[in-house]
Write a protein that binds this ligand. Structure first.
Ligand code: PBG
Length: 322
């Protein structure tokens, strides 16, 4: 006697009936890039199919998201002005603040999440304040909290800190609560690895560090137990959703997070994951749609409740086609 596993693969109908993981458009969060200026919709060279939008043209991408029934958007800002302390990041009239206001006006029900970090805003490109050539953890916390409050004030529904300073969730939670934003949630980039997969994003956001690297604050790709410690800290400090980033080569981290914690787990399929598929497809080596959907499915199967992906719009359209 042997098992006839193939019986349940006989036709599409039975395969669909026994399917364990199903992707939906509502699983996705779409990252967008807002830039200063007017009348700009410019394709990002390192991220084909993804655009820089000036605030006055954000309605185009908001409409697309609504049509695709994407529920969440992650807003990144690219400022014109950078300095040592990233002051454009907490400027009430800064690029993210204006973008958030605009998106909320256009579509009050779209869930607007803001990336809280400093690297796009600092002249040195690091995710914090530099003291004696090092990123100073505790001084940075004050700035990160200030940025988070300014995003909440602009109308953000959820704050997503990606700086990887210790204690940032507590600092942000306290600052939000003190300023009357106890209803604003935090999605923490908890297990954020120091990864070469961020390359295309840094080009898109002009945020590469001008000296050194991010290894003193982002995690070593070799470690998974450390990721559990990071997540534990973030939950104890008040994170509502925890995130693993990147996704594709960290599926084990997603699975461990799902199995060890009861908070929703988000996975960020980052720029390099997207650009590799785009490049491979352009060369004709792979089938873009099939590969992208298989990867998204794998991320969900690994345990992600939410997937942040540059494929959100395409994937939502592809799901409708099937
Ligand atoms: C900011 C930030 C980065 C990404 C998200 N937020 C870049 C970095 O940490 O260097 C990467 C996103 C992507 O690659 O798609 N700290």
């Amino acid at each position: 006697m042997f098992d006839r596993h193939r019986r349940l693969r006989e036709s599409k109908n039975i395969r669909d009936l026994v399917k364990e993981t199903v992707l939906n458009a509502q699983d996705f969060i779409y990252p967008i890039f807002a830039v200063e200026g007017e009348n700009i919709k410019e394709e990002i060279e390192s991220l084909p199919g993804v655009y820089h939008y000036s605030v006055d043209r954000l309605h185009e991408v908001v409409e697309e998201m609504n049509q695709c029934k994407i529920r969440g958007v992650l807003v990144f800002g690219i400022p014109d002005y950078k300095d040592e302390v990233g002051s454009s990041a907490f400027d009430e009239n800064g690029i993210v603040q204006r973008a958030v206001k605009k998106i909320k006006e256009l579509s009050p029900y779209l869930w607007v999440i803001t990336d809280v970090c400093m690297c796009q805003y600092t002249s040195h490109g690091h995710c914090g304040i530099i003291k004696e050539n090092k990123v100073d953890n505790d001084v940075t916390l004050e700035y990160i909290a200030k940025i988070a409050v300014s995003h909440a004030k602009a109308g953000a529904d959820m704050i997503a800190p990606s700086d990887m300073m210790d204690g940032r969730i507590l600092a942000i939670r306290k600052a939000l609560d003190l300023n009357g934003y106890d209803h604003i949630s935090i999605m923490s980039y908890s297990a954020k690895y120091s990864s070469a997969f961020y390359g295309p994003f840094r080009e898109a956001a002009n945020s590469a560090p001008q000296f050194g690297d991010r290894k003193t604050y982002q995690m070593d790709p070799a470690n998974i137990r450390e990721a559990m410690r990071e997540i534990e800290s973030d939950i104890s400090e008040g994170a509502d959703i925890v995130m693993v980033k990147p996704a594709l080569s960290y599926l084990d981290v997603i699975r461990w997070s799902r199995d060890n914690f009861n908070k929703p787990v988000a996975a960020y399929s980052v720029s390099g994951e997207y650009s590799m598929i785009k490049a491979g497809a352009k060369l004709g080596f792979i089938n873009e749609k099939a590969i992208a959907m298989e990867i998204l499915l794998s991320i969900k199967r690994a345990g992600a409740d939410i997937i942040i992906t540059y494929y959100a719009l395409d994937a939502a359209k592809w799901l409708k086609e099937d």
